[in-house]
Design a protein around this ligand. Structure first.
Ligand code: SF4
Length: 897
């Protein structure tokens, strides 16, 4: 398809544009400056401390017999060919310059082997994510790194990660193509057939700096000045959350595909209108933007490869540019006129695409640099050119793989690909601003816009019938657009200080409105558990916890409401916050610790298993004959929102034990008690000295044969276990003839950090035993894949998973419950995925009457259960049943009889 338009370029510009000098590999000065794009990235990196938005990653799955030597030769060959891949950034007198390394520097490749891991794919996902986010040192380099993950003997994933300083999206195609040829050549022992590169990136830079000066710069600047004069610097779209003060670059995407007849109709219309399919889709995007934002004027960024010179078409490097299209819809044009306007804008943008966008903003509007940020925060349309096909290599099949998590450099970006008669695409969005459901709604709305275009190009932009579907009802309520870009009148320093006032998912803290993340940051400045633990000899280890008020729109929540609803304080360790922020499971794990308004509405009670009735001495419960439960603290390192002891944790509870002599006396009088579980709260919130004192009362009791510690500290703050005084404490228990057992509380594979694994392995080597309890939680781990991976990982580390608890109907936490039917599906699903020796857990309901194992729902519609523990020993092991009621989550939801 060819565009038939011609442009009337003024003669002076035409003369300059036709006199572009060739790019040559000329002798270089001592200092080669950065290109304009590199310079922007360098400033950005210094401003942000090196954000991962500046990273690119190509992921290649290599199935078959991998030749390690050929692989390394191919990677090194890439670095030999492209100087930019061995370039680092020097700084002299505050000015950056390119420093090209020697040709034989090679490409460092790290190796990971996950062949023995049951959760190999999950481990791979984490490695991909970590590798994509690990920072680069621009000065020390290298700015490209490789990682080879071995999944099985004939299945590997190769990750090549680069800083944007040395690459761009288009370069990924070149890199993949050249890697294939270099590997093929190395494997077969023949010379590669890649054409020599006529110039290198440094030559391009010198050419760019030499050509884009004086008159050329003036001409291009003048053009862009005309285009952007008075342009809007904000784009108004409804977001689910206000913009955070710091961009976090977490992204995700929603995929879609349009098929015939829509695609063939659009292609036919494009031909009729003398434009390309891309031009028509871009017009549809403008229609979508206008209607969803209500703006009559739009600025759309349009990334282009910017490789118009033949000398650089085969070069890896950061060439991409984002010229902008200004679209004016104030006259209510027809869709046909809109297409015309968009295509003309595209053609002009291509003519003047050489001037980097940063330079455009710099030159036309220096006092308002935030406008630049604003425009780039707007929505660019991007025709995807990432590699997508598979390639056959000798004894190896190479496939490109994607992941669900990625970096979002912009609020919302459109990527499109034409595959035959189908248009595949995705909307990449900033996860800090949008929910997936909202973006899915955007995608449907966009399709509507295109469908309307296909029906009648004579319709006027503001009259095209577009409606949000039912699922978007919350969105339509929000369609009073909200500014998403930075305001004009404030500098970046002020903006970094500013806090968005309106936030459904925010907390109000000490007269400030903060997002949860910001509150986390604030709180994490408080002393860490280990520091506190080392300095106190009592239970008070959660200092720094702020008083918290929720706000919803304009409504604040008073301290009285928080207390009346027994809302647990909000506190998360920095370690755990980072752990869950960095994983692909963030959307699931955050519910463990982040408060929500559902806590005000969840019905239930605060003592679901009758702890009050089983308390025999203050702080000591005796429910089951062999077990004593000792509440030693009301503090935890972080507070789980689903905790069944909400009545205690984070509060100054009088249910915590104080008189251990009296407790010891009670235990001595009950020889049936063979083990004591230290709980709370988290016993490791206490100082080790304090724990030693408690043991002074327990260890002399002859009929106790084990001391258990129920703790989530291994997830929340594993470094607590690096306290050198702890190992002697555990050894003391063992030497007294009792078993020291740590009952961990991993609910999700994403909670098991490398630090946690290291600690557990180290303590296991010293004879400690480990058990794991998990709670089945809606939106967190109600997925057999996740729980099977969690339990398998536990086994691998030497932890014995023994209970999967049904969530309890706790007031303020019952929204975490999963129905018994779904719970059984999950429990069965977990067992299907585990090997015989890994099937060690029981699906348990810790009811007032005892611990009940949930077995199945029979064909008679009844839930079959049996008592695993009961006050009355005769009931243990007895199977009983109740009629299942749809949605029931607890024994009391099932009718008796
Ligand atoms: S660590 Fe245990 S006691 Fe503490 S809040 Fe979480 S579930 Fe409750």
């Amino acid at each position: 398809m060819k565009c038939t338009r011609t442009l009337q370029i003024n003669p002076a510009d035409a003369a300059l544009l036709s006199a572009i000098p060739p790019i040559r590999g000329l002798p270089r000065p001592t200092r080669v400056p950065l290109s304009f794009t590199q310079e922007r990235l360098w400033f950005h990196s210094r401003l942000t401390g090196g954000g991962d938005a500046c990273h690119l990653q190509i992921r290649l799955r290599l199935r078959g017999q991998l030749d390690d030597a050929a692989l390394q030769t191919a990677l090194d060959g890439l670095v030999v060919r492209h100087e930019v891949l061995r370039t680092t950034i020097g700084v002299d007198g505050g000015k950056p310059f390119q420093r090209v390394g020697p040709a034989d520097v090679g490409l460092p490749l790290k190796h990971d082997d996950v062949t023995l891991r049951v959760d190999g794919e999950a481990a791979l996902a984490i490695l991909i994510s970590n590798e994509a986010q690990a920072p680069f040192d621009l000065e020390a380099g290298p700015l490209i790194r490789g990682r080879l993950v071995r999944l099985t003997v004939d299945d590997h994933v190769l990750l090549i990660t680069m800083h944007n300083m040395v690459s761009d999206d288009h370069s990924l195609n070149i890199l993949a193509h050249e890697f294939s040829e270099l590997y093929r050549a190395a494997r077969t022992g023949r010379p590669h057939q890649l054409a020599p590169l006529p110039v290198q990136y440094a030559d391009y830079t010198l050419w760019q700096r030499g050509w884009l000066t004086e008159e050329v710069l003036e001409r291009q600047s003048e053009y862009w000045g005309r285009v952007l004069a008075g342009a809007p610097t904000v784009l108004k779209v409804p977001t689910d959350r206000p913009r955070p003060t710091r961009q976090d670059y977490r992204g995700s995407f929603v995929e879609f595909a349009w098929h015939e007849p829509l695609t063939t109709q659009l292609m036919a219309h494009s031909r009729r209108l003398g434009t390309t399919l891309f031009g028509t889709l871009l017009a549809g995007w403008a229609l979508w933007l206008a209607r969803i934002s209500g703006q009559q004027e739009l600025i759309i960024g349009m990334p282009v490869p910017n490789r118009t010179r033949t000398e650089i078409t085969g070069l890896i490097g950061p060439f991409i540019n984002t010229p902008t299209l200004r679209i004016d819809l104030s006259g209510d044009p027809t869709l046909e006129e809109l297409v015309e306007q968009v295509n003309t804008a595209v053609l002009w943008a291509q003519v003047y695409q050489d001037l980097p966008f940063d330079q455009v903003i710099e030159r036309i509007n220096p006092p308002r640099k935030q406008a630049h940020t604003a425009i780039l925060h707007a929505i660019p349309a991007l025709l995807s050119n990432k590699p997508g096909a598979s390639v056959e290599l000798p004894e190896l099949k190479l496939e490109y793989i994607g992941v669900d998590e990625l970096v979002a450099q912009h609020d919302l970006a459109l990527e499109l690909d034409e595959v035959g008669e189908t248009i595949c695409g995705r909307l990449v969005y900033a996860a800090s601003l949008f929910d997936r459901s909202t973006v899915a709604q955007f995608a449907r709305y966009f399709q509507q816009a295109l469908s309307q275009m296909a029906v009648n190009f004579g319709q006027r932009v503001w009259s095209v019938p577009l409606v949000l579907d039912k699922e978007g009802s919350h969105l339509s309520a929000e369609l009073k657009p909200r500014e998403v870009a930075f305001p004009h009148d404030r500098c970046i320093d002020e903006l970094l200080e500013a806090q968005p006032a309106r936030n459904r998912d925010a907390v109000h803290c000490e007269d400030e409105n903060l997002s949860y993340r910001e509150l986390n940051t604030r709180i994490s400045a408080a002393p860490q558990v280990s520091e506190v633990q080392a300095s106190v000899d009592n239970c008070d280890a959660t200092r720094g916890t702020a008083t918290m008020n929720f706000i919803e729109g304009a409504r604040g929540v008073t301290e009285g409401e928080l207390q009346a609803n027994s809302i647990t304080r909000y506190h998360v360790t920095e370690f755990y916050r980072e752990q869950i922020t960095d994983t692909i499971y963030h959307e699931q794990l955050r519910h463990i610790v982040e408060p929500s308004f559902e806590e005000f509405e969840s019905p239930g009670n605060l003592d679901t298993s009758g702890e009050h009735d089983n308390t025999v001495v203050p702080g000591f419960q005796h429910k089951y004959p062999q077990t004593g439960l000792l509440l030693v603290t009301d503090r935890c390192a972080s507070y789980c929102r689903y905790c069944f002891r909400k009545r205690i944790v984070g509060k100054n509870s009088d249910e915590v034990a104080t008189d251990f002599a009296q407790i010891s006396k009670y235990i001595r009088g009950h020889p049936e008690i063979t083990n004591v579980l230290l709980s709370g709260g988290d016993p490791f919130m206490l100082s080790t000295a304090r724990l030693e004192k408690i043991l002074d009362h327990l260890l002399p009791v002859p009929h106790l044969n084990s001391i258990r510690f129920g703790t989530k500290m291994v997830a929340y703050e594993p470094k607590r276990f690096e306290d050198p005084a702890l190992l002697p404490l555990f050894q003391r228990i063992n030497e007294s003839g009792k078993a020291a057992v740590i009952v961990t509380h991993f609910d999700h594979i994403g909670e098991i950090s490398l630090d946690a694994e290291r600690i557990i392995r180290s303590l296991s080597a010293h004879g400690l035993q480990f058990l794991n309890q998990a709670v089945l939680l809606r939106r967190v781990n109600d997925d057999p894949e996740i729980l099977a991976a969690t339990f398998a990982k536990c086994h691998q580390m030497g932890i014995h998973p023994y209970y999967l608890f049904q969530g309890r109907p706790v007031k303020g936490a019952s929204h975490f419950q999963v129905s018994l039917r779904r719970g059984l599906e999950i429990a069965h699903g977990i067992n299907h995925r585990l090997s015989g020796i890994q099937k060690t857990f029981k699906y348990i309901m810790s009811h007032y009457t005892g611990k009940i194992e949930i077995l199945d729902i029979g064909t008679d519609g009844r839930v079959y259960m049996r008592y695993h523990q009961n006050k009355t020993p005769e009931k243990i092991g007895k199977i009983f049943s109740r009629l299942y009621t749809e949605g029931a989550c607890w024994l009391d939801d099932l009718p008796e009889g």
